[in-house]
Design a protein around this ligand. Structure first.
Ligand SMILES: [Zn+2]
Ligand SMILES: [Zn+2]
Length: 172
């Protein structure tokens, strides 16, 4: 089945320096994410193709919406993310980093899917200073405070927090 994510690049391959812009909005289902955190909001793609001597460079952005839970208070979150993509397509890929050009066509699908899946935050926060739950009584501290003495930070707890922090995608 033809998909709008397949772009004919026969003219780009003929003349290095040729460019082409592709702007698409496709159904999330078409990307076959296999990932429940990506919602069914449309996926937007805006890329600039440029023919180089060793392939076709694809630069631009793609957007999708993910849903998840705040890692501290478990509140539901839904966020639109827009990420930069920059990938090389080659007729004979000379490294594992490049995508292949087949039948004078490039398929944006695997490239967009892989980049978006990598960008879903592993430990999102509903807000930077979300207080989460009290480690002693379980009170949701964004709703009200509790009477526990939380002034002395438990070192095990802060180690866990910094570990979670280090798992976050630094680009977000
Ligand atoms: Zn939160
Ligand atoms: Zn408490």
């Amino acid at each position: 089945m033809a998909t709008p994510l397949i772009v004919n690049v026969v003219e780009l391959l003929r003349w290095p320096g040729t460019t082409k812009d592709v702007v698409l909005s496709v159904a999330s289902d078409d990307l076959q994410f296999g990932e429940s955190r990506i919602t069914d909001a449309p996926v937007d793609i805006a890329v600039h193709l440029e023919s180089l001597s060793n392939g076709v460079m694809v630069n631009g952005t793609t957007s999708a919406t993910w849903a998840g839970e705040c890692r501290r208070c478990l509140a539901s979150m839904t966020e639109r993310m827009t990420i930069d993509v920059s990938e090389l397509y080659q007729q004979i890929p000379d490294g594992s980093e490049a995508y292949s050009i087949e039948n004078d066509q490039i398929n944006l699908l695997p490239m967009v899917r892989e980049n978006l899946l990598l960008a879903i935050p592993l430990g999102p926060l509903c807000r930077e200073d979300c207080p989460g739950f009290c480690p002693h009584c379980g009170q949701d501290l964004s709703e009200s405070s509790c009477s526990c003495d939380n002034t002395v930070a438990d070192p095990r707890w802060s180690a866990l927090e910094s570990l979670k922090g280090s798992l976050e995608d630094p680009t977000l």
